[in-house]
Design a protein around this ligand. Structure first.
Ligand code: DC
Length: 213
């Protein structure tokens, strides 16, 4: 079974995807990490983030085991990832790696922006997770302040709106719900309720039995 979870920054898609994968016993790929790692490599090599050739070379050189998640998670890297992710050749360089992961014999859960539309249009279940920009900014600000980072809600909200705009308006694989995706709005849901709603969608779509416990 392939489960595709897409949605904008801080919508809850990562948490939902991780939890569904654990409950369903499937491997999980956070595809945002691929773009974050690509941007990190470009920066580490001293190139500009606008350098398409350097970004494509970095994307081609990635291996799924490369990622230092903690180093890639911050706001700065999200913004940088969004810049390289708008480059069609960077996206093309990362397609096969994601499809190979999705088509493992055991199945998989992938989360990102274009899983249901481009990477796995054949996915058994597609969920588009969304939430108001304000709710997403509140969550991100809380998450970062809990990690000890200095955060300012207004700046987080501006960053989220800017990233939404870039991810939605790019020509290559823009952020949007697949026609056959179920939209899950998490604005008013806590984490447990959002996960329960996502699991219900999976079970309704696949007729699969729920997890043992
Ligand atoms: O999900 P995230 O915040 O880690 O993603 C970082 C950036 O990477 C996001 O702004 C857009 C890009 N991205 C993408 O274009 N396609 C994906 N499948 C995943 C992420």
């Amino acid at each position: 079974m392939i489960v595709a979870i897409d949605g904008p920054a801080a919508s809850g898609k990562g948490t939902i995807a991780r939890s569904l994968a654990a409950k369903l016993g499937l491997p999980h790929l956070d595809t945002g990490l691929l773009y974050r790692a690509t941007a990190r490599a470009v920066m580490d090599q001293g190139h500009s983030l606008a350098d398409v050739e350097a970004a494509v070379a970095a994307a081609r050189g990635l291996a799924l085991t490369d990622f230092d998640e903690t180093a890639l998670r911050g706001c700065e890297m999200g913004e940088a990832a969004s810049i390289v992710a708008a480059m069609p050749d960077v996206r093309a360089a990362l397609v096969e790696m994601q499809r190979r992961f999705a088509h493992r014999a055991c199945g998989a859960v992938l989360d990102g922006r274009d899983i249901g539309t481009v990477i796995c249009p054949e996915a058994d279940v597609k969920i588009f997770v969304t939430a108001s920009p304000e709710a997403r900014a509140t969550r991100r600000a809380l998450e970062w302040s809990q990690n000890g980072d200095k955060v300012d809600y207004a700046t987080v909200l501006t960053d989220i709106l800017q990233r939404d705009e870039r991810d939605r308006s790019r020509t290559s694989a823009p952020l949007k719900a697949a026609d056959d995706a179920v939209v899950l709005d998490t604005t008013k849901l806590d984490v447990a309720a959002a996960i329960a709603a996502a699991l219900e969608i999976v079970l309704a779509r696949t007729g699969a039995k729920g997890p043992a416990s």
